[in-house]
Design a protein around this ligand. Structure first.
Ligand code: F0G
Length: 356
């Protein structure tokens, strides 16, 4: 049998009073949660917010927010004696499932859309030892196959349709309130399969009920223009976007996300690939934060609204940076990103730098 260390850290231990745990849930951790909330004075000024923070979910053990939900889902799977887990993924869920399954000695089967997953994420799934199936189709098709197979065979579903995933992910909302002492006025967040926006809202609502915050934020979800089923009001059969993580045409948590939007007085809108890449670059050059393309949809959305005239000058805003940019370097290195190439010659380098 596999031995699992019980940890007095990580989201299960830290937020045990708010999670669906039992006395036999293994409270283990790979170091997920407690991610930085970084303030950016430069971007506050540029965009015109009173306070602007980035929640750096790329600092989780596998480089995305998925680890919060996965530790909860895998702990539950262990508790009920599952031997294997399965998910469909645009990359991050599969990387996280593969890592947590590896730690717990579970088999992990993942279905990914062939050619549409960032290489860093594929490398993660490979090295963690997952059973990988690349299908010649998109995420939505992969997920519908996984739903049937996990129903039919003794394998646990660890997509966010598994309610334990959302419980784990809601802990990010708790952390924001624990750090700020209050919820922000606005939370900007990318929307793909729509689980995360639903989980954050659940977290804000629960902490509000528990008296930990007086206000609840407006939930500001952003899809990519070519993959914006919620904005357009119908599923998109062939979703397209450079932000492969949110290339999703029929989100599983569609209704929950709409409820989060409406109950919070927020919006779900969309941003173009150009706006996403401009925001990714701005976040890197002005805040020193490298997010993956999907992650930049948060800031892209904020910029879009500020340009259209929404006044944030008295507002406290949090943008969720859902995954690290190191997962998807190929997208950034595409195009004409040129730099100097010189011989190892002092004078030549000095001259090229304008000091010669
Ligand atoms: N940002 C990143 C980096 C993601 O990987 C995802 C989803 C999202 C945002 C959107 O979150 O689906 O809860 O609305 N990635 C999933 C995956 C679909 O398979 O890794 P969501």
């Amino acid at each position: 049998t596999i031995r699992i260390a019980v940890m007095k850290s990580g989201v299960l231990f830290r937020y045990k009073d708010f999670l669906p745990l039992t006395s036999s849930t293994p409270l283990f951790s790979l170091g997920e949660g407690d991610t930085p909330l970084v303030r950016s004075p430069q971007l506050e000024q540029e965009i015109g917010c009173k306070e602007l923070y980035f929640k750096l979910e790329g600092c989780n053990p596998t480089g995305s927010f998925k680890d919060r939900g996965m530790v909860m889902a895998i702990a539950e799977a262990m508790e009920v004696g599952s031997r294997s887990v399965m998910c469909a993924s645009t990359g991050n869920t599969s990387a996280s499932a593969a890592a947590y399954a590896a730690y717990c000695g579970l088999d992990c089967i993942i279905l990914v859309p062939k050619g549409n997953i960032a290489l860093g994420k594929l490398a993660q799934a490979i090295i963690y030892g997952a059973n990988i199936v690349a299908i010649d189709g998109n995420f939505d098709q992969a997920l519908s196959i996984v739903r049937v197979l996990t129903d039919k065979h003794p394998v646990a579903l660890v997509n966010s349709l598994n309610p334990y995933r959302l419980h784990g992910q809601k802990t990010a909302a708790f952390e924001i309130i624990d750090v700020l002492g209050e919820a922000p006025d606005y939370l900007f967040i990318p929307v793909g399969n729509a689980g995360n926006i639903s989980a954050y809202w659940m977290g804000f609502v629960e902490y509000h009920k528990a008296g930990k915050t007086k206000i609840r934020p407006k939930m500001m979800g952003f899809q990519a223009e070519g993959a914006a089923p919620i904005v357009r009001g119908h599923p998109i059969e062939k979703p397209q976007t450079i932000a492969s993580a949110i290339r999703i045409g029929n989100p599983a948590s569609w209704q929950k996300a709409v409820a989060a939007r409406d109950e919070s007085g927020g919006i779900i809108d969309m941003v173009s690939d150009d706006e996403i890449m401009a925001a990714l670059q701005l976040m890197a050059t002005k805040a020193g934060i490298f997010g993956e393309p999907a992650s930049a949809a948060s800031l892209a959305g904020l910029i879009k609204l500020a340009r259209k005239g929404t006044d944030f000058s008295a507002k406290r805003v949090v943008c969720v940076v859902t995954g690290t940019g190191l997962k998807d370097t190929e997208t950034v290195l595409k195009g004409d990103k040129s730099f100097l190439e010189l011989p190892p010659d002092l004078a030549a380098v000095e001259k090229a730098l304008g000091w010669g």
